[in-house]
Design a binder for this molecule. Sequence first.
Ligand SMILES: Cc1cc2nc3c(=O)[nH]c(=O)nc-3n(C[C@H](O)[C@H](O)[C@H](O)COP(=O)(O)OP(=O)(O)OC[C@H]3O[C@@H](n4cnc5c(N)ncnc54)[C@H](O)[C@@H]3O)c2cc1C
Length: 388
Amino acid sequence: MLPEFDNTEVAFQYRSNKELKHARFLFSSMSSPMLTNIGIKMTKLALSMHLPVKAIIKSTLFDHFCGGETMEDAAKTAAVIGKYGINTILDYGVEGKESEEDFDKAVPEFIKAIQYAASGKNIPFISLKITGFAYFSLLEKIHSAAPLTKDEEAAWQRVYNRIDQVCKAASDNNIMVLVDAEESWIQLPVDDLTDKMMARYNKPKAIVFNTFQLYRHDRLVFLQQSYETAKKQGYQLGAKLVRGAYMEKERNRAAEKGYPSPIQPNKEATDKDYDEAVHFCMQHLDGLSLFIGTHNETSCLKAAKYMLDRNIPVNTEKVFFSQLYGMSDNISFNLSHEGYHVAKYLPYGPVNDVIPYLMRRAQENTSVAGQTGRELSLIKKEIKRRGI
Ligand SMILES: Cc1cc2nc3c(=O)[nH]c(=O)nc-3n(C[C@H](O)[C@H](O)[C@H](O)COP(=O)(O)OP(=O)(O)OC[C@H]3O[C@@H](n4cnc5c(N)ncnc54)[C@H](O)[C@@H]3O)c2cc1C
C-alpha cells in the first residue's frame, strides 16, 4: 500500500513524550529565520572566542539531529529505531579537519564503524565525505586540471589509498558506502575516485554509491552516463540521488567569479530532474542500486507508487529511501510501515566537530520554505493526539 505521511502515531512511535516536547521547542525556535540566523552567527562567534557553548548546542540541536558523540552512543540510537524496522547509515560527521594526521586517523574510525555495522542487523550503510580524507585545496586543484607537483601527486595517492582501505573493509564486510556529493568545484576528483571504487568493489552487488545532486542541471545526463559506464565495465552502479545542499554557495561563487551557475534555473527544474532520475533508476534496477535521499513527500510518493504500479517488490534490496535523523520521520516511519526499505542518516562525533553539519540543518530548516512548518505541525498534531 501507499504510505500515509500524515500518520503521526506511526511517525513518532519511537519518541518519548519528553523528546516530542523538546522537538516542538526546537522547531518552534528554528521557525523564525531571524532567530536562527542570529543563533548561527552567535554560535560561530562564541566558538571563535572559545566560549563554553558546547552544553547549549548539545542539549538542543545535537541531541535532536545526532546519534551521540561516539559510535557506541550512535549504535544505541540505531537500536532504538531498528525496533521499528528503520535501518541506520552510520555517518562519522566530523568536518573541517585539514591535516594529513587527521585524514590518516579517519581511516580506522571508518573501519571500526564498518565492523560494528557488520556485527548488527540494521546498519547496512556507512557514509563518508572525501573531504574527510583529503585537503579541499588539493581537490580544487585536481578539479581545475592544473598540473600537480610531485608532493601533491603523492598526497593524492594517499587519499586514494585511504578511501580504498575503507571501501575494501566495506566490501569484505558487505556494508554499503555512500560517498557524499560536495561543492561542484571539487566534484570531478570525487566522482573519479568514486567511479574507481565502484569499478573495483561493485561486483556482483553495489557496495559503493556515488551521489548525484539533481539541483545541478548536468547531473541527470551524468547519471545516465555513469550507468552506461558501469554496464560497459561490468559493475553495478550505486546511485544515491539528492537535490543538493550548497545552492546559495554555488550561486554566489558563480556570480562572484563570473561563470554560469551550475544550478538549475528554479526549484521546478530541480524537482523534475529529481523525479526523472528516480524513474531512470527504477527502469534500470538490473544494473544499479538506488538510494532515494530526500525529504520531499511528493518525490517519495511518486517513487513508492512507481514501485507498486510496476510490481517492483517494495522490499527489494535494490531500493532504499532515506531521510536524515531528526527530520521527516513521517516519511521514514510510514514508508517502513508499508514494507519499503528505509535508512536514516545518523551523524555522530564530538559536538564541536559536527557543528558545521548542525548549522546546515538549522539553516535548511529555516530557508527551505515549508520544511519547519511541516515538521512543527506534525509534532504538534502528535502531542495533541497523545493528550500530553
Ligand atoms: C539521506 C540524505 C543524504 C543527503 N546527502 C547529501 C549529499 O551527499 N550532498 C548534498 O549536497 N546534499 C545531501 N543531502 C541534502 C539534500 O541535497 C537537500 O539539500 C535536502 O535533502 C533538501 O532537499 P529535499 O529533496 O529533501 O527537499 P525539497 O525541500 O523538496 O528541496 C529543497 C532543495 O531543492 C533545491 N532548490 C530549492 N530551491 C531551488 C531553486 N530556486 N532552484 C533550484 N533548486 C532549488 C535545493 O537543492 C534545496 O536543498 C542529503 C539529504 C538526505 C535526506
